[in-house]
Design a protein around this ligand. Sequence first.
Ligand SMILES: Cc1cc2nc3c(=O)[nH]c(=O)nc-3n(C[C@H](O)[C@H](O)[C@H](O)COP(=O)(O)OP(=O)(O)OC[C@H]3O[C@@H](n4cnc5c(N)ncnc54)[C@H](O)[C@@H]3O)c2cc1C
Length: 599
Amino acid sequence: MAEEKELLRGGQFLVKETNCEDVFTPEDFSEEQNMMKEAVTEFNDREIIPHKPRFEAKDYALTEEVMRKAGELGFLGVAVPEAYGGLGMGFVSTVLTCDYISSGTGSFSTAFGAHTGIGTMPITLYGTEAQKQKYVPKLASGEWFGSYCLTEPGAGSDANSGKTTAVLSEDGKSYKINGQKMWISNAGFCTVMIVFARLEDDKNITGFIVENDAANGITMGEEEHKLGIRASSTRQVFFNDTVVPIENMLAGRGEGFKIAMNALNVGRIKLAAACLDSQRRIVTHGVKYAMERKQFKTPIADFGAIKMKLAEMATNAYAGESATYRAAKNIEDRIALREAAGNTHQEAELKGVEEYAIECSILKVAVSEDVQNCADEGIQIFGGMGFSEETPMESAWRDARIARIYEGTNEINRMLSVGMLVKKAMKGHVDLLGPATAVANELMGIPSFETPDYSELFSEEKAIIGRLKKVFLMVAGAAVQKFGPKMEEHQQLLIAASDILIEIYMAESTILRTEKNAKRTSEKEQAVQIAMSKLYLYNAVSIIENKGKESVISFAEGDEQRMMLMGLKRFTKYTNFPDIVDLRNEIAEKVKEEGKYCF
Ligand SMILES: Cc1cc2nc3c(=O)[nH]c(=O)nc-3n(C[C@H](O)[C@H](O)[C@H](O)COP(=O)(O)OP(=O)(O)OC[C@H]3O[C@@H](n4cnc5c(N)ncnc54)[C@H](O)[C@@H]3O)c2cc1C
C-alpha cells in the first residue's frame, strides 16, 4: 500500500512531479483484474454485441434481461462490500468493469452505470446499516434495480434548485413526496429510486430511498425518444403524495446535495472508463474496414488522410486509458490509507473519491469528447457506409453523444475542475500560491539560453510538461489576482483554463505510463507507445498555446500582456520538434499490422 507521503493529493499533479514508478497503468493489472477483464469482455461479446439490432430497436426488456444476467455473474456488485453481497473488489476493478462492459451498446452501458453507480452507491456510501442490509444485497445481485432521481424540468445543471417536496406526516413517521423528475435512467424497470426532495424551505435538498410502487402515488411518463442509447429506459417520474418512512431518509436532512455531488464524482470517472472500450472497438472496426475498402485501386488504409485518423483515434484512446487508470489507483490507494487510519470503508471510500474530484471531472470531459471524436472519425473512415445503420459507427456516434451531457455537462465539469482547484488552494490542500508566485517572478527574469541535454527518453517531453504547468499557474494565478472571487463570472476564461488543466493531466499520464513500461521492457518494445505519447503531447501543446493566448488577451493589456505572451511562447517551446507526420504513420502502420487497437 502506498505511504501517505508518496500519494499525491487530488489536484497536486499540477504542482508536483510524479515519478513514472508511482503511476498505475493498465499493464499493472493483477491476475484477478485480468480475469475480471476477460470475464466482462466475454460477457459483452456474448450477451450484448450480437444483439445490437435489438438494442437499437428500443428493446427495453432486453436491457433489463441482460442486466439481470450481469447480476447473476456478480458484475453489478463489483464495488459492493462482501458484507452486503458484493464482490468487494477495489476501485480499479470497479473502473475496469465499467470499461470493458460498456462498449457493446450505450444502452446497456447507461443502464449499468445508472444502476451500479448513482443508483446503488448513495446507499452504500451514505446509508445506515439497516438501509444497507435491506437494499444493497438485492441491488448487488440484480434482483432489484436502482435509479437516481435528481433532475427536474426546472432543475438540471442547477441540481439543488429542485421543486420536489417532502413533508413530514403529523405522526412524524413518514414523509410525503410530491414532484416531477425528468430524464431518469432505468425508470422503466427500477425497484428502488434515490429521490431528492426539499423539506420546507431548506437551502439544500434531502435524499430518500423510495421503493417503486404504483400504488404509492408513483407514475411514469412514456419512454423518451432519444438520439442514442435507445434501449436505455429514460422516463419522467411523478410523485403524488408518495409516502416514504422516515427511516428511508439518506444521511441527514439537507445532506442531499452533498450526496448528489459525491455520487456524481464516482459516476464521472466511471463514465470516462465507460467511454474507453468503445474507442478501442471503433479503432478496430475502422482499421479493418480501411484495409478492405479499396478506392483508386488502393486500400484506403494506405492513404495518409486515413492513417492520420487511425493514429489520432488510437492515441486518444491510449491517453484516456492512461489517465483513467492512474486516477483510479490514486483513489484506491487513498481509500486504503484512510481505512488503515481507522476510517470505516464507507467513510474511506467517500473521502477517497472526493479527494480526486478534480481528476474525475477532468476525465469525464476529456474521455467523453474523445469517444465522440473517435466515433465521428470512425464514420468518416467508413464514408457513406458510416452513415448507414448497417455499420457499427452510426450507433457508436449517437450513443457517444450523451456522455458530454449527463453526470454534469462538460461545461459544468470544466468550470468545476478549475473552481475546485482554486478552493483546494484556498484551504491549503494544494499550494498553488507559491508556485504561481514563482512563475510570475520567472516571467520578469531573464530566460536561460542553455540547451539542455534531451537525449534520455522523454526528457524534453517531461520538461515541456513542467513548463505547461507554468502556463496554467500563470493564467490562473493572474486571473485569480485580477478577479478574486468574481473569477467564476468569467466563464470563458475558466473554460480555457480547464482545457489547459485537462491537457496537462492527460499528456502527463500518457507519458508516465509509457515511460514506466519502457523502463520495465525496452524502448524498442514501446516504440509505438512512445510515438503516441509524443503525438498526444504535441497536440496538447497546441491546445494550451491557443487557450493560454486567448486567456491572457482577455484579461491583460500592454506590457503585462506582452510579458505573459512571451512567457507563453517560452513555456510551450520545443527544442527538437517531433515529426508528427512520421509519428502518425508509425502508429497507423502498427494498428494496420495488428488489424486492431493493440495497446
Ligand atoms: C439520456 C439521459 C439520461 C439521464 N439520466 C439521468 C438520471 O438517471 N438521473 C438524473 O437525475 N438525471 C439524468 N439525466 C439528466 C442530466 O443529468 C441533465 O440533462 C444534465 O445535468 C443537464 O441538465 P439539463 O438537461 O437541464 O440542461 P441545462 O442545465 O438546462 O443546460 C443546458 C446548457 O446550458 C449549460 N449551462 C447550464 N448551467 C450553466 C452555467 N451555470 N454556466 C454555463 N453553462 C451552463 C449546460 O452546460 C448546457 O450546455 C439524464 C439526461 C439524459 C439526456
